[in-house]
Ligand binder design. Structure first.
Ligand SMILES: [Fe+2]
Ligand SMILES: [Fe+2]
Length: 392
């Protein structure tokens, strides 16, 4: 949503539920229009700096009393859950990328079964090309994790400023340090072990821009803590489960312990806020959640990997979208987001608007999986973390 649309929405008042169509929300009439999705690309691959207006007031509070013990509990957990990326991980180990990527079956983990592409434009690919695809895919995926982590770093710095609650400011400040550590580990792993990575995917950048751009403090939480981090927690868990590379596995496990707290912070905070929202206000949040879900789904088409492999994405993606392996992948992505949206009351308000959209996206089946408001305890270092697909 642009700032102008937001201002118009605000002027309409609380009681009028406005309906944005998909063209307004997504910039295309058909959600699944592949040509329109692929038309969104990174136009400046050499960009090193990207400025976004954050449109928000920094809020002081003079009420230092403990109003929200559940957030203070998270804050206490965060203080003792800190780890040091420099000393807690063994960076001296060599990583043999080819061995790791073939051992981890990276193509399959990315929702692609190489055996199904014999009659396609990549039918001539042999082991060498599939291995190269796997390496590029691993680099691309870790790069998008890295850029998303920087988005989280900026978002939680913003939340520290904009949230009016003292307990939440304290907690958010610990998350800023967590996210710095996450940027540090993914950046270092890509640089030292993978030989460099990819620029930010344009769909991910649009989403991060929209989240930062929105003036309403709860939208930062919804976009980042619930949607982006909900997906990240699941995606990290999936890679953690699939990889046998010890450094990456341990790194992901440490990051997941933090991310589970972050998603809990979002869910616990927004639960309180959304209970008091009008239908019109909730519709805005539902639309924002839907837009975020579509942007994340679009980014996972990983169009830049196909381009790097010399294949036009439009020639292969229609087949990828029908690959049954992709179902498992899609399940993994939305397994945290959907139950958390349900917990927040986002699925069923306004005639079940978001429920219907998640039905169309084929992800509603996760609505009764465990939400993440308490799950962070299971993710603490030393605990046996739940697996993303089988462990609900
Ligand atoms: Fe993070
Ligand atoms: Fe996070």
């Amino acid at each position: 949503m642009t700032i102008d649309e937001q201002a118009i929405g605000d002027e309409l008042g609380d009681e009028q539920v406005t309906h944005a169509d998909d063209e307004t929300l997504l910039g295309r009439v058909d959600v699944d229009d592949l040509e329109a999705i692929l038309a969104i690309t990174n136009t400046d691959p050499d960009e090193v700096e990207h400025a976004v207006k954050d449109n928000a007031d920094a809020i002081f509070t003079w009420d230092y009393s403990m109003q929200r013990p559940h957030l203070r509990k998270l804050y206490e957990k965060a203080k003792v859950g800190q780890w040091n990326a420099t000393t807690d991980l063994d960076w001296s180990a060599d990583v043999d990328i080819e061995k790791v990527v073939s051992g981890d079956q990276v193509a399959i983990a990315a929702g692609i079964d190489p055996g199904l592409y014999d009659d396609t434009v990549i039918g001539h690919w042999g082991d060498k090309e599939w291995l190269d695809y796997g390496i590029q895919n691993r680099k691309w995926t870790l790069s998008q994790f890295l850029h998303g982590e920087q988005g989280a770093l900026l978002c939680t710095a913003k939340i520290t400023e904009t949230v009016p609650w003292y307990d939440a400011k304290l907690y958010a400040s610990t998350q800023v340090v967590d996210e710095a550590r996450h940027v540090e580990v993914f950046g270092r792993y890509l640089d030292e072990k993978m030989g460099g990575g990819y620029q930010v995917n344009a769909h991910l950048r649009m989403l991060l821009d929209d989240i930062i751009n929105d003036s309403r403090w709860d939208m930062t939480y919804l976009g980042m803590q619930v949607m982006v981090e909900g997906l990240a927690l699941a995606a990290f868990g999936f890679m953690h489960q699939m990889t046998e590379e010890p450094l990456l596995k341990k790194l992901l496990r440490y990051v997941m312990a933090d991310e589970a707290r972050h998603v809990a912070f979002g869910v616990l905070s927004l639960k309180e806020v959304y209970e008091g929202k009008t239908d019109a206000e909730m519709r805005d949040r539902q639309e924002f959640a839907f837009e975020a879900a579509v942007r994340m789904r679009d980014r996972f088409l990983s169009q830049e990997v196909w381009e790097r492999m010399g294949v036009a994405p439009r020639d292969v993606l229609p087949i990828v979208l029908k690959d049954p392996t992709r179902d498992l992948f899609q399940q993994m992505l939305f397994s945290k987001i959907v139950p958390n949206c349900k917990k927040l009351g986002l699925l069923d308000r306004n005639d079940k608007w978001l429920r219907h959209r998640f039905e169309e996206m084929g992800v509603i089946q996760f609505e009764d999986w465990e939400d993440t408001s308490e799950e962070f305890l299971k993710f603490e270092i030393g605990a046996d973390a739940p697996t993303p697909v089988a462990g609900h």
